[in-house]
Design a protein around this ligand. Sequence first.
Ligand SMILES: Cc1cc2nc3c(=O)[nH]c(=O)nc-3n(C[C@H](O)[C@H](O)[C@H](O)COP(=O)(O)O)c2cc1C
Length: 206
Amino acid sequence: MKVLMLNGSPHKDGNTYQALEVVGKQLEKEGIEYEIFQTGNGVIRDCIGCGKCNENGCVFTDDTVNEFVAKAKEADGFVFGTPTYYAHPSGRVLAFLDRVFYSSGKALAFKPGASIAVARRGGTSASFDVMNKYFGISQMPVVGSTYWNIIHGRKPGEVMKDDEGLQTMENLARNMAWMLKCFEAGKKAGVEFPDSKKERFTHFIR
Ligand SMILES: Cc1cc2nc3c(=O)[nH]c(=O)nc-3n(C[C@H](O)[C@H](O)[C@H](O)COP(=O)(O)O)c2cc1C
């Protein structure tokens, strides 16, 4: 089983990456593989609502969103990491995930997801809330920890000094591994996916 992670920071080795690595190393101890996908520091387009999403994902092919979508189809679980910018997730992670979910939310449905937020000092729980919104609308069970999934640091590496934050990351990984194993056992026992209906759309309240 494999967990696909997303580093929503432009810093490839920064605090968000290092926090994701802590989750990943613990997942490995639990027998689960992981990969950290970088959003990088290049341009990421925002969703323009063109409705031309296709089986490969988004109509725009000049960034790595569709590469992530292809990997998401094969993954069993997800962890999305973001630095906190002005008390919200980074613009790049939201631009990236809006397009992933709008074009290919089905690739992630029924797979457990978690988000983590990193900050020097404030705005983590607001960021965490925003990131978790993707899961609820996409039929994804949300994995929690022993605190909200937040960790603190400013300069790259400072998160490694946040002992409680590190514990939260490790427990998140333990919980993710446990959930993945439960799902696997359920599948083997013949538990089927729910037959969720998506037939009724009310665009305003009548
Ligand atoms: C544009 C910008 C806005 C930021 N806003 C906040 C903030 O609201 N609260 C906070 O505690 N830290 C804030 N920070 C600090 C980062 O969240 C912090 O340095 C984080 O560790 C960076 O993660 P990274 O190394 O993965 O990029 C901000 C940093 C930048 C560049």
